[in-house]
Design a protein around this ligand. Structure first.
Ligand code: PLO
Length: 516
């Protein structure tokens, strides 16, 4: 018996020592290398990336072979693809500053005069100062200010009366330019204290150049991967240069007008606020802040306004277009929103921001839209500013990181039937309050580079949708097929164009009082 006990003890000690040794070896090995796609010199992993899928879907598919976080080579650049929320939050929040860099690419440099803006500009003291000013100006003129609600409601009213005009003649309408004009006018009021009416040639020009930019910029197109390809004729790059130059002359005109009648005493809009911050920094050149503002040039101000304008228009209008497409696909969702509006707002007045708390189903629908069709499925790539790690994987300084929001919002472990459009997943079991059922929901990003316009976007989406659905029922024109829900990949994921019928709801005719 004694010898048996001795043997057991001996075996137990042996096993414990073995386990200890294995653990020690693993910890000495340190962070692991990431699984990587095969790569060849010069072209990198290009051969493994040829696929008919758009990049966000391809990167999601590649998880099956390489795991959730893996790396690949784009030309000579190492890129890490993050497909799950824990690693995404490590990059954006926990190590936000380490990963706050941005890559320089041919197309974004053209758009932003060598990264002198906020979205594509690299992390630096000037960038931080710059972002702080814009954040302050946005707070003053946007989020939280009562006047912004008034501006949005004015635009909602004008949008609804255009819809009435068209539907009175029984015509089907492509809502896309109308929604874009409404959103553009909100940003125009905010930035330049001006707006466009229907058919304004300057607005039509803006629509064209902005679409050209969305189609060509920051898509990881070949010139961005292989900058030397610029020396060859390239139709995409030519289009981008034309569009950027049209945009720049428009921005310059607004800037010159503002400088001509600028006064220190009145701040009419965001551009005035930026001019003021720039001047006061220039006048205070012996304070600590001014050391950081040396580079806040005219170009910086112009490019920032370009960012706010471009981001404000393209993102919010895209969400609204997706909303219309989904409401046509899911009439039962549309009906439930209308029932909620009828009960909580009624038909004697228009919806206002203070109704948000009492319209949980509409709020849940907006969240579900942002989940199922994220505006920017790959965000803008980040760059590691020093050697670091993601989870157990080591990451070298200069590595690019792409966060695949598409995978994060369609992760089967986090979302039941992620392909299904189901606003109820964002409601509590009684259907009375909005909830966030999973941490795998990041429609506006997070951390140092979180979207600056989140609050403004949410106000606009809520007010435009509630105004439209209070007054109209949207449906497919007879004979048309349902709009595609696939989306066209670019710096934003846009739905294809389609027409709708907007039928006035009983009790809403165009002469009804439309007070906000
Ligand atoms: C949209 C087309 C405009 O003409 C220029 C522009 C400026 C800022 C960009 C925006 C475009 C697309 C959406 C972007 C935004 C900055 C932040 C936002 C990339 C290209 C997102 C979704 O990150």
């Amino acid at each position: 018996m004694a010898w048996f006990l001795c043997l057991c003890l001996f075996l137990a000690v042996g096993l414990a020592l073995l386990a200890l040794q294995l653990k020690l070896r693993a910890s000495l090995r340190g962070p692991r290398e990431l699984p990587s796609l095969p790569a060849l010199p010069l072209i990198g992993s290009l051969l493994s990336l040829g696929s008919s899928h758009p990049p966000h879907v391809l990167f999601q598919e590649l998880q099956k072979k390489y795991g959730e976080t893996y790396s690949l080579m784009m030309g000579s650049h190492r890129v890490i693809i993050v497909n799950q929320h824990v690693h995404a939050k490590e990059v954006l929040l926990k190590k936000g500053k380490v990963f706050a860099g941005r890559p320089r690419t041919v197309t974004t440099d053209l758009l932003t005069r060598d990264a002198k803006d906020i979205a594509f500009g690299d992390y630096s003291p000037t960038w931080r100062f710059h972002r702080k000013i814009v954040h302050g100006a946005l707070c003053m003129f946007g989020e939280g200010s009562a006047s912004i609600e008034k501006i949005i409601c004015q635009e909602a009213q004008s949008l609804c009366s255009t819809m009435s005009d068209v539907t009175e003649g029984g015509l089907a309408l492509d809502l896309s330019p109308e929604l874009t004009r409404a959103v553009t006018n909100v940003i125009c009021s905010l930035c330049f204290n001006s707006s466009y009416s229907r058919g304004d040639p300057e607005f039509e020009m803006m629509l064209r150049y902005s679409q050209g930019i969305v189609d060509t910029v920051a898509k990881d197109s070949l010139v961005d991967i292989f900058p030397w390809l610029q020396i060859f004729p390239n139709a995409g790059l030519r289009l981008l240069k034309q569009c950027v130059s049209t945009r720049d002359s428009l921005l310059q005109k607004k800037y010159d007008e503002h400088r001509a009648d600028y006064s220190d005493h009145v701040q009419r809009d965001l551009l005035d606020a930026l001019l003021r911050a720039k001047r006061s920094a220039e006048n205070n050149n012996n304070t600590e802040i001014s050391a950081e503002t040396v580079n806040l040039s005219d170009d910086h101000v112009l490019m920032t306004v370009g960012d706010i304008f471009g981001a404000g228009v393209e993102t919010t209008s895209t969400v609204l277009k997706w909303a219309v497409a989904y409401l046509i696909h899911y009439p039962q969702v549309q009906k439930r929103i209308q029932e909620e509006l009828d009960i909580k707002v009624g038909s004697d007045r228009s919806p206002q921001l203070s109704d948000r708390g009492s319209l949980p189903y509409l709020e849940a629908t907006i969240r579900e839209l942002l989940r199922i069709r994220p505006v920017a499925p790959l965000f803008i790539p980040h760059v590691a500013l020093s050697n670091t790690s993601i989870g157990e994987f080591q990451v070298r300084k200069g590595t690019r990181v792409i966060i695949n929001l598409w995978s994060i919002h369609h992760d089967e472990r986090e979302w039941k039937n992620p392909q299904m459009f189901d606003p109820c997943r964002f409601l509590n079991s009684e259907g009375t309050a909005v909830v966030i059922p999973s941490p795998s929901f990041l429609p506006f990003g997070a951390g140092v580079r979180v979207c600056l316009g989140e609050a403004l976007a949410k106000m606009e989406i809520f007010l435009f949708l509630s105004w439209i659905l209070q007054r109209f029922t949207l449906s497919l024109p007879p004979g048309d097929s349902l709009p595609s829900l696939e989306g066209k990949f670019g710096v934003v994921l846009q739905p294809a164009r389609f027409k709708v019928h907007a039928t006035p709801r009983p009790g809403w005719d165009r002469h009804k009082s439309q007070a906000c």
